[in-house]
Write a protein that binds this ligand. Structure first.
Ligand code: NAD
Length: 363
C-alpha cells in the first residue's frame, strides 16, 4: 500500500454536490489542511436539483471556514475538452470519481445517459489520469490514486452471500450494473497499461440526511408523510446491507490515503496497481425491521403523528421480478487493508435522516 498524505494535495471529486460526493467534500474541507478540492457536477435533474443546491450551500459554508480552497465547476464528465482542461489547470494528485447516472429502474427508459456519463465520462477520466503522467515534473507526480464508485449491483443475481470481491460478477441484470462492472474492467486495463493506481468501491445501499429521493427509505418517507401506503416486497422477507453515509465517507476517506502499490511482475512489466473493495454495513438487516425503525423514527422526529398506525400503511406484497431476497457485503478486505468496517446501526442512521427530513421539509 502506498500511503498518501492528503494535506496540501489537489483533489478532484466528481459528483459533488451529489449525495456521497457532497459528504466526502465536507469531510475533506474539515479534515485536511491546505490544498485544493475541485468539485465537478452537471447538476442534472434525475432527482430534485434543489437538494444538490442545498448540499452545495453546505459545502460553500464549510469552505469559508476551511484552510482548503474549494472550487465548484458545473459541467459534464462527458465533455472531454473540459476534463482535459481541468487536469491541465489543476494537476490533480488524487481523483475520486463519484459522478454517474445512478438508479436501476431509470436505465430502462434512459439508457443513453448511462452510456454517456458512466462509460464515456469514466473513459475521459481514465484518459486524463493517463496523460497526467506526461506532465510529471519536480513538483508534480501525476495522479497518485484514482478512486471510483462501483456498486453492489455488480453482484446481480448471485446467490452466495455475503458478496465477496472474489465472487464472479459477469452477469449484470441491469444496464446500470453493466456500466459499473465495465468501469472496473476499464480501470483494470488502464492500471495495467499506464500504471495508474486505482481502487473501485462497491457501495451497498447508502442512506442518510439529504440523501437520494429515488431510494426506498426516502421515497417511502415521502409517501408516509402524505398519508399514503408503502409496498413491502416479498412480504418484508428480504435482507439488505444499509450503509450510513458517514461510514461510506470514512471508508472513501481512508481508501484515498492508501493506493495500491506500483510494482513489476516477473516479466518486468507493471502488475496493475488495481483493487476493488466492498463498502457495506456488514450486518444485513431485515427489510421489515428497517421499515419499522424508519416509521418509529419518523414519529419520534415529528414527521408522522404520535398515534400513527403502522399496520394500516404497509402493504405486504410478493417479490418484484429481478429483486433478490438477500444481499450483503463481505467487508473483510476493507478491514484487513484499511482497518475499517462500517459500524453505524440503522436506529442511529435513520434517526438522523428523520430529524433532517423534519427540518428540511416540515418545520
Ligand atoms: N447511494 C447509493 O446507495 C449508491 C450505491 C452504489 C453505488 N453508488 C454510486 O456512488 C456514486 C455516488 O452516488 P450518489 O448516491 O451520491 O448519487 P447522486 O446521484 O446523488 O450523485 C451523483 C452526482 O453525479 C452527477 N452527475 C451525473 N452524471 C454526471 C455527468 N455526466 N457529469 C457530471 N456530473 C454528473 C449528478 O448530478 C449527481 O449530483 C455514483 O457513482 C453511484 O452510482 C451509490
Amino acid at each position: 500500500m502506498n500511503k498518501i498524505d492528503l494535506n496540501g494535495k489537489t483533489i478532484l471529486v466528481t459528483g459533488c454536490p451529489g449525495f456521497i460526493g457532497a459528504n466526502l467534500v465536507l469531510r475533506l474541507l474539515k479534515e485536511i489542511s491546505a490544498g485544493t478540492v475541485v468539485s465537478l457536477d452537471n447538476m442534472n435533474d434525475y432527482y430534485d436539483p434543489a437538494l444538490k443546491e442545498y448540499r452545495l450551500s453546505l459545502v460553500d459554508k464549510a469552505a469559508e471556514m476551511s484552510q482548503v480552497k474549494h472550487v465548484f465547476v458545473k459541467g459534464t464528465l462527458a465533455d472531454k475538452a473540459l476534463i482535459d482542461k481541468l487536469f491541465d489547470e489543476y494537476k490533480f494528485d488524487v481523483v475520486v470519481n463519484l459522478a454517474a447516472q445512478a438508479g436501476v429502474r431509470y436505465s430502462i427508459d434512459h439508457p443513453d445517459v448511462y452510456i454517456e456519463s458512466n462509460l464515456i465520462g469514466f473513459y475521459n477520466i481514465l484518459e486524463a489520469c493517463r496523460h497526467s503522467y506526461d506532465k510529471v515534473s519536480d513538483s508534480y507526480q501525476g495522479v497518485q490514486h484514482l478512486v471510483y464508485a462501483s456498486s453492489s449491483s455488480v453482484y446481480g443475481g448471485n446467490k452466495k452471500v455475503p458478496f465477496s470481491t472474489d465472487d464472479k460478477v459477469d452477469n449484470p441484470v441491469s444496464l446500470y450494473a453493466a456500466t459499473k462492472k465495465s468501469n472496473e474492467l476499464l480501470a483494470h486495463s488502464y492500471s495495467k497499461l499506464y500504471n495508474i493506481p486505482s481502487t473501485g468501491l462497491r457501495f451497498f445501499t447508502v442512506y442518510g440526511p439529504a440523501g437520494r429521493p429515488d431510494m426506498f427509505y426516502f421515497s417511502a418517507t415521502n409517501r408516509l408523510a402524505k398519508g399514503e401506503n408503502i409496498k413491502i416486497f416479498n412480504y418484508g422477507n428480504m435482507k439488505r446491507d444499509f450503509t450510513y453515509i458517514d461510514d461510506i465517507v470514512e471508508g472513501v476517506y481512508r481508501v484515498m490515503q492508501g493506493a495500491p502499490e506500483k510494482k513489476n511482475g516477473e516479466d518486468g512489466l507493471p502488475v496493475p496497481p488495481y483493487a476493488v473493495y466492498n463498502i457495506g454495513g456488514g450486518q444485513p438487516e431485515n427489510l421489515l425491521d428497517y421499515i419499522s425503525v424508519l416509521q418509529e423514527e419518523l414519529v419520534r422526529a415529528g414527521v408522522l403523528p404520535d398515534d400513527y398506525d403502522f399496520e394500516a400503511h404497509r402493504e405486504l406484497v410478493g417479490m418484484q421480478p429481478g429483486d433478490v431476497p438477500v444481499t450483503y457485503a463481505d467487508s473483510e478486505a476493507l478491514e484487513r487493508d484499511y482497518g475499517f468496517t462500517p459500524k453505524i446501526g440503522i436506529r442511529e442512521g435513520l434517526r438522523k435522516f428523520a430529524e433532517w427530513y423534519k427540518d428540511y421539509y416540515i418545520s
